[in-house]
Ligand binder design. Structure first.
Ligand SMILES: *Cc1c(COP(=O)(O)O)cnc(C)c1O
Length: 390
């Protein structure tokens, strides 16, 4: 690798292209892919005019920007109101807003992970949790995906005098499967460890009230550290950590990604409050999503597509080879269907996939169009069915 910057960048680019892993960013032109099966807008709230109205009203009342960090003068009454609502939704004493989920995870792991701490992470945790472990100055181990025995083995070996934090996604973002929260809670409890769950994809979708896979079903004793994000089912942006009074105060004091950043624009907080109103008032959105998931899975099974064992709106089709995933995605794009084409390093080598996500905003005709196009992709591949991963 060259020490000359332009040469170095060119070498890096050439290596990534040669590996077939070049990432293409496309500008999404309004109306160009009328059927979006790639986003995380599970309840169809991102384009709800009531959120846009609330955002505009919030900006008019409080300003377009918060003007400062939370600890200086940027913590506005609309942020405070939103924190109260999020604590209430998740059944926790307190919640703390962050500008993004990525920052919430970095901040929480950095603030909790001191030199004597031990972190244990599910192997398939989101990149922001894995990156948080590098910001935390402590030892970190990964356990096999959803494998409580492996976690138990690692916890047993860890020095009993060190504080231990077990970290897991609630819903795994590339697989769509759900963590065994009760099992994780029991295992951590037995070892006197704490459990942190990042419920980015469960919040708004799972739980009796859309309170997520942790929510009120698993209280602060079972899951002392809960992270939720607002840019997915809730349709806006930002994130929060919910937990005890002591945890939230600790983060306010020590989480650098909380302290050294401008507070979220107040319009975003106002729009999120509107989203929470809709979440409570319109349970039929979650019902609609469940119906679509069941229909998609039944039809995809009928077509012989390589479904994963996912009960959530994330329905990946693991095709194995990255080029094949790109070919399927291109064919779908020709039909006006946007799906995620996910390759390494986001997922392991040989596990490239189409990441299809469902939303309450999809019509039956949208789903039919997707299934027709997938059937066509499958038919074109008929010569090599053995390549379809089990
Ligand atoms: C999307 C996601 C994040 C990051 O949230 P942002 O608000 O988009 O930064 C964190 N964790 C998980 C599991 C996610 O899927």
């Amino acid at each position: 690798m060259s020490a000359d910057w332009p040469t170095r960048l060119a070498e890096r680019a050439a290596a990534r292209r040669a590996a077939g892993l070049w990432r293409l960013r496309r500008t999404r032109v309004e109306g160009s892919a009328p059927r979006d099966f790639a986003g995380n807008d599970y309840l169809g709230l991102a384009r709800d005019p009531r959120l846009a109205e609330a955002m505009a009203a919030g900006a008019r009342r409080f300003g377009a920007g918060a003007r400062a960090s939370h600890l200086v003068s940027g913590h506005l009454e609309v942020h405070e109101a939103l924190e109260h609502r999020l604590a209430e939704l998740t059944g926790r004493p307190r919640a703390l807003l962050f500008s993004t989920g990525y920052m919430a995870n970095l901040g929480t792991l950095q603030a909790l992970g001191e030199a004597d701490t031990r972190l244990f992470q599910d192997r398939l945790n989101h990149a922001s949790l894995l990156d948080g472990a590098t910001l935390a100055k402590c030892a970190s181990r990964r356990f096999h995906h959803r494998d409580l025995d492996d976690l138990e083995r690692l916890l047993t070996r860890a020095p009993a005098e060190s504080p231990r934090l077990v970290v897991s996604d609630g819903v795994f973002s590339m697989d769509g499967d759900v963590a065994d929260i009760a099992g994780l809670a029991a295992t951590t409890h037995r070892h006197g460890a704490w459990l942190m769950v990042d419920d980015a994809h469960g919040l708004g979708v799972l739980g009796d009230q859309g309170d997520g896979c942790v929510g009120r079903a698993h209280g602060v004793e079972a899951v002392p550290v809960l992270v939720g994000t607002l840019g997915k089912a809730l349709g806006t942006g930002g994130a929060f950590v919910a937990g005890s009074e002591a945890l939230i105060e600790h983060l306010i004091q020590f989480a650098r990604p909380y302290v050294y950043t401008t507070a979220q624009p107040p319009g975003v907080a106002a729009a999120t409050l509107a989203a929470l109103d809709i979440l409570a008032a319109e349970p039929e959105r979650r019902e609609r999503l469940r119906t679509l998931i069941a229909r998609f899975r039944a039809a995809a099974t009928g077509l012989g597509l390589p479904l994963m064992d996912s009960p959530t709106p994330i329905q990946p089709l693991v095709l194995g080879d990255g080029q094949r995933v790109l070919a399927w995605a291109a064919r779908l794009a020709e039909r006006g269907l946007a799906v995620g084409a996910i390759r390494e390093p986001t997922v392991p080598h040989g596990k490239a996939r189409l990441r299809i996500t469902l939303s309450a905003a999809h019509s039956d005709a949208d789903l039919d169009a997707l299934l027709d196009a997938l059937a066509e992709c499958r038919a074109k591949d008929a010569g090599q069915p053995q390549e379809i991963a089990p």
